[in-house]
Design a protein around this ligand. Sequence first.
Ligand code: SF4
Length: 383
Amino acid sequence: MNQVAAIPSDQPGAAGKVNLLDFDRQGLRDFFAQLGEKPYRAEQVMKWIYHHLESDFGNMTDVGKALRAKLEASCHVGPPQTLVDKAAADGTHKWLLGMDGRNAVEAVYIPEPTRGTLCVSSQIGCALNCQFCSTGAQGFNRNLATAEIIGQMWVAAKQLGNVTHQNRRITNVVMMGMGEPLANFDNVVRAMSLMRDDLGFGLASKRVTLSTAGMVPMIDKLSEVIDVSLAVSLHAANDELRTELVPLNKRYPLAELTAACQRWIARKPRTSITFEYTLMKGVNDQPEHAKQLIRFMRKLPTCKVNLIPFNPFPGTRFERSDAETIRAFQTQLLNAGILTMLRRTRGDDIDAACGQLAGQVNDRTRRSAGIRQRVEQGEAHAL
Ligand code: SF4
């Protein structure tokens, strides 16, 4: 088990100051207006923050001295603090990032020949209690602020030498780390708009993906407010098994989820939805499960499946399906004409299941059970 240092509390000198990472472009313009500054000044500073990854106002050389002094006095650029920084032999990188004096989340970078994907967390813990998930097993603590979400990308970009619009080490972001992103809607949307914005990290809509366990009303809301890609954690295509694995299915069963996905596609005809399916030995990896998945996918013909071999963590009752079963499951889907990818397991020498590292330091509360119940009853903003 990794030994994780105590989490330092807020950055020195930052107390009471506004964190500029909390604002999207319009928010920053409004904030600068409050300071009595022109909106283009906000955009100048935004470029320094996201294109040059500069957090020191003193180094923002084309910003006038008076404004720099004003910014120093009232605000800061405050990314999360790096507590653990681990790189695997295959280039996979994992950070444990301190969010306050008590809690941390994980961000993971996975390089591949043609792209580099950063997986970002949206909450400290998660209330949805998916049975195969290390984060879910730890319970829920709180939502992350916008600065804490985009700050994960800021830290990774700086560490990796990413240069927006030039040397992109991070070509894709998936909101697929700890937490249910649609349960932290406003902060996640604001952070994703910074990922998309040309003055932010400038990623195309198909390169920013939000993954949800299936919060149906929020899927509709998301399609109305921002252009990003959607992934759904499915894991079973019959209601009984899916409710066991993903308890949120009790509130939003497959018929409702399917209808929401069909509405998403109708609104965004050129997009596809990826359905994540974690394969667990003897649980959801048999030929009849593949058949059920094929029937489900027939209702969403432009969509695809991403098969994920289960990543075991201490205390789990599930096991990874064996390689032969995984191959047979994939072949059955491919033979039925379903576009099906298989996620390679990466970073084995640093990896624990998502959320395991953070689970060592986080301060859990008794809020989880009550919040979980409210979310299952449909109160997405319970979190
Ligand atoms: S799989 Fe996602 S939604 Fe489910 S408990 Fe884990 S973090 Fe939460």
